[in-house]
Design a binder for this molecule. Sequence first.
Ligand code: SAM
Length: 200
Amino acid sequence: MKNVNQTKFWQQRYENDSIQWDMGEVSPPLKRYIDQLPESAKDQAILVAGAGNAYEVGYLHEQGFNNVTLVDFAAAPIANFAKRYANFPKDQLICADFFELSAEQYRFDWALEQTFFCAINPERRDEYVEQMARLLKPKGKLVGLLFDKDFGNNHPPFGGNSETYQQRFQSHFNIEIMQPCYNSHPARLGSELFIKLQLQ
Ligand SMILES: C[S@@+](CC[C@H](N)C(=O)[O-])C[C@H]1O[C@@H](n2cnc3c(N)ncnc32)[C@H](O)[C@@H]1O
């Protein structure tokens, strides 16, 4: 399962149009979350890692959030995004490995999680928590969706449940919200948790 750690695995999926996870639209609960944010949030530094075709980044940009950084280590979805949003700042499109981002260079007020955590090798989950904690400013937040479902261990998505996520995240985060998501996309209804975690 080590190949999910490699750019090539994901880049090929985009090249072969084998991207079953791609919803083709902003995830409804994340759209709802974004819609209720105050005007003052529009300057906040936001990270969307493993963003893929990045509908959430596109939506944030359309709503006037001006400091959103898209990170993915596959070049193809970033190129797709840049074509769709020609005026999106190029220095906020980062083709890099999330695990190698330097916290000296990048610090965010909050990060949006959408099918990235489930895409990494489960052995790297603690690393994800630690890296996310490093990349957030003090009291920064991690907001988004995690699968509330077991998909097996052979290939992504790799699922989980609230109990194991809580154990893992509470090393660095206070769990403000981790609850079944009531307004998921119909294809994911009943299989997602909405999370809002704050860095300790
Ligand atoms: C399952 S896809 C989800 C994409 C997008 N969030 C969505 O919901 O459509 C996982 C994405 O994470 C990216 N990815 C996986 N591991 C990564 C890493 N270590 N650093 C940066 N991106 C990574 C892949 O290239 C892929 O675009």
